[in-house]
Ligand binder design. Structure first.
Ligand code: SF4
Ligand code: SF4
Length: 156
């Protein structure tokens, strides 16, 4: 979802003691594990509200870095890209991936041991096999009517 994340100088285990809406901007940003799943195109069943993630990536997603290639200016190209905030998490939690740290904490669940905040290593999300790095297809190569052929199981 975001540009490389600075996780230095944060309070130890702050996510266990601090409400989402009381975190500093840096603490909030550092919650992102860099999995990239929220940058995948989703299919939503209008009747059931069920959401399925596909491996078809947003046009700005970089499959090698697993990051947005134009994060600071992304809205020029993808105006619908959301900016997750403490006051908007409630309305977005239903579609966020099961492993997303924002969703986990919103639901009162702990982070996984592979989360970079716990492991101290940004690569641990990739090594645990829960990120989209090297797994995606560019959206300009897959017509929308074929996205359902590329649904991924959650969590990966
Ligand atoms: S799904 Fe959550 S943890 Fe993963 S990249 Fe998106 S915001 Fe970050
Ligand atoms: S513009 Fe696309 S790649 Fe960039 S953060 Fe938004 S969804 Fe992810």
């Amino acid at each position: 979802m975001s540009e490389p994340i600075n996780r230095s100088g944060l309070r130890p285990r702050y996510w266990e003691t601090t409400r989402l809406d009381r975190m500093t901007r840096a603490e909030w940003e550092a919650l992102c594990d860099g999995c990239g799943k929220c940058c995948m195109n989703k299919l939503e069943d209008e009747e059931s509200g069920e959401v399925a993630f596909t491996r078809v990536a947003c046009r700005l997603f970089d499959d090698t870095s697993c990051l947005c290639a134009q994060y600071p200016i992304r809205h020029q190209f993808v105006p619908e890209c959301i900016t997750l905030k403490p006051h908007t998490i409630e309305s977005h939690a239903y579609w966020l991936p099961e492993t997303c740290a924002y969703k986990l904490l919103y639901l009162g669940k702990p982070l996984f041991d592979w989360h970079p905040l716990i492991s101290g290593d940004a690569n641990s999300v990739h090594e645990a096999g829960v990120s989209m790095r090297h797994r995606t297809l560019p959206e300009f190569e897959v017509p929308e009517e074929d996205w359902e052929d590329h649904i991924i199981e959650e969590p990966l």
